[in-house]
Design a protein around this ligand. Sequence first.
Ligand SMILES: C[S@@+](CC[C@H](N)C(=O)[O-])C[C@H]1O[C@@H](n2cnc3c(N)ncnc32)[C@H](O)[C@@H]1O
Length: 254
Amino acid sequence: MSTSEQGWVQIVGIGPGDEALVTPQVQAALAEATDAVGYIPYVERVAANPNLTLHPSDNRVEIDRSRHALEMASEGKRVVVVSSGDPGVFAMAAAVFEAVEHGEAAWRDLDIRVLPGITAMLAASAACGAPLGHDFCAINLSDNLKPWELIDKRLRLAAEADFAMAFYNPRSKSRPEGFEKALKTLKDACGDNRPMIFARNVSRPDQTIKIVPLQDTTPDMADMRTVVLLGSSQTRIITRDGAPIVYTPRSVAG
Ligand SMILES: C[S@@+](CC[C@H](N)C(=O)[O-])C[C@H]1O[C@@H](n2cnc3c(N)ncnc32)[C@H](O)[C@@H]1O
C-alpha cells in the first residue's frame, strides 16, 4: 500500500473492552486522526478529542461507512475506522477492502492500513486458561451474510476434524433460533461432554465466564455480548479452589 502525506485510512481494532488492551499503535492512530467512523458503541469508546470528529453509524451499514471513510481520506482527512476486537475478525477491514475493490479507481492509491487488536476469542481463551491451545477455528453464527446450511456444514466438519471452536455473534433478538440449532448440531456431531465456555463481556468490569458440559448447554446461555468457545475431544479441565483452568494440550498422540 502506498504512503502519503495526504489523507489516510487506518482500520483499527480497539480490543474487547479493557483500555489496557488497546495497543499503543492504535492509540497513536486515534491521536493523529481527524475523523473516526464506526458502529455507534465502538465510536463511543473513542476518547473525546477536540481535533477528532466522530461519525457513529448504525449496524449493517458497513459498506456505506467504508465508502464514507474512503471519500474523506480522498479529501485529505486522516480517518480511523473503528472495530471492536480485531478489525480483521468479522469486522470492518474486509468491508473497507470490498468498498475499495468495487469503488473509485483512485481509492486503490490511498494510504490504507489495518492495525490489529485483541480479538474476543483470544481474550476469552486467556480468561479461562488455554482452550484454543491446539488447532482451532472461528465461526460467525450469524446468518445475515451467509446461508444457515453453510454454518451447519462448517459446524459438522469442524467437529469431525476435532478442532476446538470459537463462535462469534452466537444469538441475537432477531435470530433467537440459530444458536439452538447450532447446539443441536454440535451435541450430535461431537457426541461427548467436552467443555463449552460462555465468555460474556470479556475484559470488562462485568465479565462472566461459565464452563458448561456440552450436553448440558442451553441456548439462553449466550447473547450478542458472548463469545462461545468449545473444546476439542482432547480439552482438559484442572479443578482447584476457585475457577477451574481449561486447556487443550499442544500435542495429539499419533
Ligand atoms: C461483529 S463481531 C466483532 C468481533 C470483533 N471484531 C473481535 O475481533 O472481537 C461481534 C461479536 O464478537 C464477540 N465479542 C466482541 N467483544 C466481546 C467481549 N468483550 N466479550 C465477549 N464477546 C465479545 C461477540 O460474540 C459479539 O457478538
